[in-house]
Design a protein around this ligand. Sequence first.
Ligand SMILES: [Mn+2]
Length: 234
Amino acid sequence: MLYPVIGVPKLGDSLLRQYLQYKYTHCLKKAGASVEILIPNAGMGAVEHALETCVGFLLPGGPDIQPQLYGQMEESGCGELNPTRDAFELALIQGALAAGKPLFCIGRGMQLLNVALGGTLLQDIRARQEYSHQDFWNRSSATHPVEIDPDSLLYRIVDADVTTVNSIHHQVVDTVGEGLWITADSPEGFPEALELEGYPFCLALQWHPEFMAAQVPVQQALFRAFVDACRKEL
Ligand SMILES: [Mn+2]
């Protein structure tokens, strides 16, 4: 049994952020990975170090992305920002893509992948949603359905064309970045999953499988598929 080292950017120091970090670590370890927490403010040498040390990367959830990074001005519905994480994680995604390393992007991670490839975001969907997409109080239970493209990697893992997911976001992918395609969407048509055409393993989800995995086996299977892809790189 081999344990691929998977890098996950550090979320922050507060108790809440440590708890959120633990959820990703737990699911990855359960799937057979070794986890390396990457410190975002350690300078750009940290990106090179991470690329040497880690086989794959999980890009986690977190604050909104600076709209300037996708060519927009900040609108009133835009939330908390973290420029340090933006810079570090964007460089990490660029480096990982250049090296062909497996990527699993969750929540903010999916939005950042899209921005890294030239896509844009809708800064606030709360006025146009039909389902609650920002359900803070039920992180582990499903709040809306998603429809999955039968040609996708996601479909092969989930083995169904519809599933229900949790939802803790108020922004979504708008125009899709270069090479990406939408592999699941919400009833309103919001992108809920992205994949990168012709790339070994790149799965991006707008929902949070790390909070459903304990109760819903298929959500843990997403972590297993990612870790298995990383193990193949060893
Ligand atoms: Mn959603």
